[in-house]
Ligand binder design. Structure first.
Ligand SMILES: [Zn+2]
Ligand SMILES: [Zn+2]
Length: 241
C-alpha cells in the first residue's frame, strides 16, 4: 500500500517533524517501516466536554494529542496500535456530527470530523491500514474492547441507583467496565481487569455482580474439568446412546 514510502527521506522528515511538535512530552516515533499517512484535527468527546485534538495516522499506529499551538506544539501524546482498533459508526447528536467510535482493548472513545467527506476519508484510511496490518501479522480483528466513558454532562443522577443527584459535593464516578456515570455508593467495589490495568479498578455494583459471577463460573468450570477429566465428555456420549 504505502510500503514504497518507508525509509524514504521525505517520510523520515515528516515523522521527525511530528516528533518535534510533541517535544520532550512525546515518544520517539521513527521505526523502520513506519510511514506517516496523514494528519488532521478531530473533535474528541471527553469526560467534561468535546475537545479538539490533533491526530496522526501512521501505517501501524494512530497518535493523538492536545493542541498547544497548532502545527507547532502538541502535548499529552497517546499512541494506539492499529491492530487493536475497531471502528463503529455513530449517529449524529444535536451537538456532534460525523461521529464514530475508535475502540481498543484499553480505551474506547468517540470522535467527530468537520464534514462527512472528512469522516469518510478517515474511516477508509484507518480501515485500510488495519486490514493491511492484520493481514501482515496473520491476526483476526480484535473482538474485545473497553467501554467508552459516558460524558459527565450526560446525566445529573447516578445511572445505577437513579437516585443520587450529582453536585459539587456529590462527585461523579465512572465504572471501568460499563463506562456508566455512577455515585460513590454504587461503585464501592474494585475488580482486577488485567487487560485495562495492573491494579484493581472501580466498577459499579451491577458490573461487580456480573464479574464475580463470571469469575465463579470460570473457577467451577476449571475445577470440574480438572477433577473429572473425561467427565465432561460423558453426558454427550450418554445422549448418543
Ligand atoms: Zn448510585
Ligand atoms: Zn458498570
Amino acid at each position: 500500500m504505502v510500503d514504497h514510502l518507508a525509509n524514504t527521506e521525505i517520510n523520515s522528515q515528516r515523522i521527525a517533524s511530528v516528533e518535534n511538535c510533541f517535544g520532550a512530552s512525546g515518544q520517539p516515533l521513527a521505526v523502520p517501516g513506519r510511514v506517516l499517512l496523514g494528519e488532521g484535527i478531530l473533535t474528541k468527546e471527553c469526560r467534561k466536554k468535546p475537545k479538539a485534538r490533533i491526530f496522526f495516522l501512521f501505517n501501524d499506529i494512530l497518535v493523538y494529542g492536545s493542541i498547544v499551538i497548532n502545527k507547532r506544539k502538541y502535548n499529552s501524546q497517546h499512541i494506539i496500535p492499529l491492530e487493536d482498533v475497531t471502528l463503529e459508526m455513530l449517529p449524529d447528536t444535536l451537538q456532534m456530527k460525523n461521529r464514530w467510535m475508535i475502540k481498543t482493548s484499553k480505551k474506547s472513545f468517540v470522535v467527530s470530523a468537520a464534514s462527512l467527506t472528512e469522516r469518510k476519508e478517515w474511516i477508509s484510511h484507518l480501515e485500510e491500514c488495519i486490514r493491511h496490518l492484520l493481514r501482515k501479522m496473520g491476526r483476526q480483528p480484535s473482538t474485545e474492547h473497553a467501554a467508552p466513558w459516558i460524558p459527565d454532562k450526560a446525566t445529573d443522577i447516578c445511572m445505577r441507583c437513579m437516585q443520587t443527584k450529582f453536585s459539587t459535593l456529590t462527585r461523579r464516578h465512572h465504572c471501568r467496565k460499563c463506562g456508566f456515570v455512577v455515585c460513590a455508593d454504587c461503585s464501592r467495589q474494585r475488580f482486577m481487569m488485567p487487560r485495562l490495568s495492573p491494579k484493581p479498578l472501580r466498577v459499579c455494583s451491577l458490573c461487580y455482580k456480573q464479574l464475580m459471577a463470571e469469575k465463579k463460573k470460570e473457577a467451577e468450570d476449571g475445577q470440574s474439568g480438572q477433577i473429572t477429566g473425561l467427565g465432561t465428555g460423558r453426558p454427550r456420549l450418554r445422549s448418543l446412546l
